[in-house]
Design a protein around this ligand. Structure first.
Ligand code: NAD
Length: 515
């Protein structure tokens, strides 16, 4: 089966590569010429553990290719995934301009029955909107053929009782009816003449209408030769390849049995691993994605709020989270306090869900509180640094971690970026280090001092702040760190260290909700 993936970003590139590794033939498309050039030169535009090896292997084995030629990719493929960005609008709602642009384009290139699979996180109703846009832009909804004796109503020699009714010679009418209920591709129809050909099979799902035109020509309507699927993605950046190939679930929103079966075929390797499948309607699939992300964002925010309270009452959030996680109804995941959730998904998806609620005049109080508390969490970190360091004017702060989480170079809505901007506003100067995200950060904050490692970051700093939980930050040589700093204070905003062990070394230590 030939697959096209439109949008070769974090989701598209991982999806395309993993599907190629399942043995399918995949073309990844992007309108970013530079990105495609890089990929065709063997350079991987994002950092994602395990991805590079898989790309190299599948390109070499001829199952994976990269192009900017959307038309060719769509025309050659049976299944087309849409994986473009859905960034937030100013009011928090999802900006669907990229999805809509793709829908318009693919409508123009329909040449055969196709399944369009939406992988983007989109508000309820978007799959139907995509379907409508594709239909509206389908350039060739009719084919014309010649039919001896077919009569335009105005021309008919044998007007029926209603003179506006078209008329066909009986042989043509019969063959057309037979053709309608059978099974051929719209592309094949260009040579189809119901007068002469033996009945060719036409697929039922192509709503057909036959219209005789002047001069014995016949117009055959070929509508909607495609199906739409809503297949939200749940991978996490940093472990995307593993997540795609070992998902907790696959959600498929569908309308036609045929498209459902094609999706089952694509994901057959996951079936064999006993991955649970949720088959549902388009709207429910779209909502499942938002419900999952909003719930996880709520869980993170809840433990952050508990941690903030721990700071005030003298309790230890690590032990609380551990005990909470022992309760099977709660589970220990997403109970790690920190500077607030970030990344390309949780912030935008919580805001988009809230915008959907507003559109339906529903006041989603819990979600609003989560969004507000998460934004305040960044301020709490800055307030904490200010509280223990005094004025930040002319202070040098070392920042460890720029990516929104470990194992990625993605800095979209990263807490580190927000916190750095607040520190700069208060007059601090910043030294920083991230194993993967420095290049992306340079594009938006070029004036920071970018250091080669953790120890260079600590050099002459008045405080060192850990914001991202990279594994290599968990075992720093703290004596060396101390010797490099002007003022040995560690703000451990991911609670990577035991407070008493750090304090024993003569370093002032502040975590989040730690005793
Ligand atoms: N990143 C994640 O962890 C994640 C996880 C689950 C779901 N999602 C969702 O998946 C979708 C994609 O996210 P992403 O992080 O991969 O985005 P991204 O910004 O990394 O990639 C999007 C790509 O689409 C390309 N693009 C835009 N318009 C195009 C067009 N008309 N034709 C061809 N290419 C086009 C862009 O150039 C870009 O390379 C979003 O809806 C997102 O919410 C993301």
């Amino acid at each position: 089966m030939q697959i096209a993936i439109i949008g070769t970003g974090y989701v598209g590139l991982v999806t395309g590569t993993c599907l190629a590794n399942f043995g399918l033939s995949v073309t990844c498309v992007d309108k970013d010429i530079e990105k495609i050039k890089q990929l065709n030169n063997g350079k991987i535009p994002i950092y994602e553990p395990g991805l590079e090896d898989l790309i190299v292997k599948n390109v070499k084995e001829n199952r994976l290719r990269f192009t900017t030629d959307l038309k060719k990719a769509v025309e050659e493929s049976q299944v087309i995934y849409i994986a473009v960005g859905t960034p937030p609008n100013h009011d928090g709602s999802a900006d669907l301009q990229y999805v809509e642009e793709v829908a318009r384009d693919i409508g123009k290139y329909l040449n055969d029955y196709k399944v369009f699979v939406n992988k983007c996180t989109v508000p309820v109703g978007t799959a139907r909107k995509i379907k409508q846009i594709i239909s509206d832009n389908y350039k060739n909804p009719y084919i014309f053929s010649h039919c001896e004796g077919a009569q335009h109503p105005k021309q008919s020699q044998f007007p029926s009782s209603n003179s506006e009714e078209p008329s066909f010679p009986s042989h043509c009418e019969k063959r057309s009816d037979e053709a309608i209920t059978n099974n051929i591709n719209p592309g094949d129809l260009s040579n189809y003449n119901p007068c002469q050909d033996s009945p060719s099979p036409l697929r039922e799902e192509y709503t057909q209408d036959l219209l005789p035109l002047r001069g014995g020509r016949i117009k055959v309507g070929v509508k909607h030769p495609f199906d739409i699927i809503s297949n939200p993605e749940f991978l996490r950046e940093g472990s995307a390849v593993y997540d795609f190939t070992h998902p907790d679930k696959i959600v498929i929103g569908y309308e036609s049995e045929k498209a459902k079966q094609i999706m089952q075929e694509i994901y057959r390797p996951l079936y064999l691993l006993d991955t649970p499948f949720v088959f549902t309607n388009l709207e429910t699939a779209e909502m499942i994605k938002y419900a999952c992300n909003a719930f996880l964002a709520t869980k993170i925010t809840f433990i952050n709020e508990i941690a903030n309270l721990c700071d005030r009452v003298g309790a230890d959030v690590q032990q609380i989270a551990k005990a909470m996680g022992m309760d099977g109804r709660i589970s220990p995941k997403f109970l790690h306090p920190g500077p607030g959730y970030g990344g390309s998904c949780f912030p935008k998806d919580t805001r988009a869900l809230n915008a959907t609620a507003s559109n339906y005049n529903y006041d989603f109080k819990l979600l609003e509180a989560v969004i507000e508390a998460n934004s305040r969490q960044r301020e709490m970190v800055v307030n904490k640094i200010e509280k223990y360091l005094g004025t930040l004017k002319d202070k040098t702060i070392g920042i460890l971690g720029l990516a929104f989480k470990q194992n990625t170079d993605d800095i979209r809505e990263s807490a580190a970026i927000d916190i750095i901007q607040m520190l700069l506003q208060k007059g601090a100067s910043i030294r920083c280090f991230d194993p993967m995200a420095a290049e992306n950060t340079k594009k938006i904050l070029p004036d920071l001092v970018f250091c080669s490692d953790e120890y260079e970051t600590a050099r002459n700093s008045d405080a060192l702040v850990i914001i991202t939980e990279w594994n290599q930050f968990r075992n720093l040589d703290l004596n060396r760190i101390k010797s490099m700093m002007s003022n040995p204070i560690l703000f451990d905003m991911k609670n990577l260290y035991e407070p008493f062990k750090v304090k024993e070394l003569g370093i002032e230590y502040y975590g989040i909700g730690r005793r």
